[in-house]
Each structure stands twice: as structure tokens, then as C-alpha cells.
Design a protein around this ligand. Structure first.
Ligand SMILES: Cc1cc2nc3c(=O)[nH]c(=O)nc-3n(C[C@H](O)[C@H](O)[C@H](O)COP(=O)(O)O)c2cc1C
Length: 222
């Protein structure tokens, strides 16, 4: 596929055909994904390819309360887990194709990042740090793009990060590593290619974030 078409049409896939995915394909996807950039080229990623059904089910059992907390907040009109906002809404039991069917999902990847290898440039800001994630999430996105190139689809999820302490012994996560994502992959039931995304002018301004809207038309010199 053309690169531009691919980045414009790789939507999240949360339901998969029963077709198994060979380990050789998973290895090939990871072999492509490893070319992701990272700060200082430290490549802080670690992957557990989780195939054990009991481990998967235990992961799902940890994800479910997080999902229900998320849906409860959304139902109450809040953005769940947003910085600076505490939400006092009851959890809302809701079906979830990934959590409910985790044992049947063809590929489940737990992704960890070695915190000792990440330069957290905003680590001393008086807000939660986010820059460190930039050394690991391009890799995660590469996994999804590479999967597409191999005829697969999938989605990156972060439910389990909220239950990291409980997931740590389950997955043998080292003490100095963070659990950053669980990626689900398989042959898509349907690949969503029509993506709802805001247009450039909705998020781009000139010189400053409170500047004039950026437009591709010629600008008046200042
Ligand atoms: C950092 C990150 C975290 C996400 N976490 C979840 C998640 O926990 N569960 C889930 O179902 N999808 C998760 N997603 C997938 C998003 O919901 C999805 O990318 C977004 O809604 C766009 O969907 P679309 O590609 O179908 O348009 C996550 C995506 C990213 C990039």
C-alpha cells in the first residue's frame, strides 16, 4: 500500500476472524516495528507475546473494571481519566469485544518500556509527564502499521496500565519497566478505513498556540 494511504486509513480493529496468526508473522511485524524512533535511540521496548489463556484471562479481569470505570465516566458526561478532573461516577458494565473475547484474539502483545532508558524531559514539570511516552508509542504505532502490511488489523489499548501494579507479577514485568500498552492483532472482520479526524485548521495556528489559524493559502507578511 502507498504510505500516505496507509497512514490515512489504518483504523482501529477490535474484532477478528478466527484465523490464527503464525508466530512467524508476529515476528515479522515486530521486525518491521523495531525501526521506530526513540529518544537517544535507546529502543526501550520489551514485548511479551501472551498466548497462555489463563494469563490472557487474568489480563482481561484486570482490564474490565478499568473499562467499566471509563464507561461510567463517559456516561456521566466526563472525559475519563483526564488530567485535573476527578470523576465520581459509578462504573457501567458494558460489553467489550476485546476484553470479553481475549482468549480468542489471535495475537495479544503486552508492551513494556524500560524507564531507565527513557529521557523524561518534562519529568520535573508540575503536571503529569508525557514526553517519555514518545520513546515507546511510535513503536506501538509501527506495530499496527506493519501488521496492516501483513494483512492484519488491530488496536493499541492502555486499560491495563491503570492496573499495572496487579499486572506486574502476572506478566513478570521488571520493577524498572512501565506497562505502556496491550496490542491486539488478527485478521480483521472489517478494516475501518474511513477515519473521523479533525482537519488541520482545527489544531494548527501560526507562531503561537493562540495565533492565527494556519492555512495553506499565502499568508500576509509580518
Ligand atoms: C494511546 C492510545 C490508547 C488507547 N487505548 C485504548 C483502549 O484502552 N481501548 C480501546 O478499545 N482502544 C484504545 N485505543 C484506540 C483508540 O480508541 C482509537 O485509536 C481511536 O478511537 C480512533 O479509532 P479509529 O481508528 O477507529 O478511528 C487507544 C489508542 C491510543 C493511541
Amino acid at each position: 500500500m502507498d504510505l500516505r494511504d496507509t497512514i490515512r486509513s489504518t483504523g482501529a480493529v477490535r474484532s477478528f476472524r478466527a484465523d490464527p496468526v503464525d508466530d512467524a508473522i508476529v515476528a515479522a511485524v515486530l521486525d518491521d516495528a523495531r525501526f521506530a524512533p526513540s529518544g537517544g535511540n535507546k529502543q526501550p521496548w520489551r514485548i511479551a507475546v501472551v498466548s497462555d489463556p489463563a494469563t490472557r484471562q487474568a489480563m482481561a479481569d484486570l482490564m474490565r473494571p478499568v473499562w467499566e470505570e471509563y464507561m461510567g465516566a463517559q456516561a456521566a458526561g466526563h472525559r475519563a481519566f483526564a488530567y485535573g478532573r476527578s470523576v465520581d461516577a459509578p462504573p457501567l458494565p458494558t460489553p467489550n469485544a476485546l476484553i470479553d473475547n481475549i482468549v480468542a484474539v489471535p495475537v495479544v502483545l503486552a508492551v513494556a518500556a524500560n524507564l531507565g532508558d527513557i529521557a523524561i524531559m518534562d519529568g520535573n514539570a508540575d503536571r503529569p509527564p508525557v514526553v517519555g511516552g514518545a520513546s515507546i508509542y511510535p513503536f506501538c504505532w509501527n506495530v499496527l502499521l506493519a501488521a496492516r502490511a501483513h494483512g492484519l488489523g488491530g488496536v493499541m489499548t492502555t486499560f491495563l496500565s491503570r492496573a499495572e501494579a496487579a499486572a506486574r507479577p502476572l506478566l513478570g514485568l521488571p520493577a524498572d519497566h512501565a506497562l505502556v500498552a496491550t496490542i491486539f492483532l488478527g485478521v480483521p472482520e472489517h478494516q475501518n478505513t474511513k477515519l473521523a479526524r479533525r482537519p488541520v485548521e482545527a489544531f494548527t495556528t501560526v507562531d503561537r498556540f493562540d495565533g492565527h489559524p494556519f492555512a495553506a493559502t499565502p499568508r500576509v507578511a509580518h
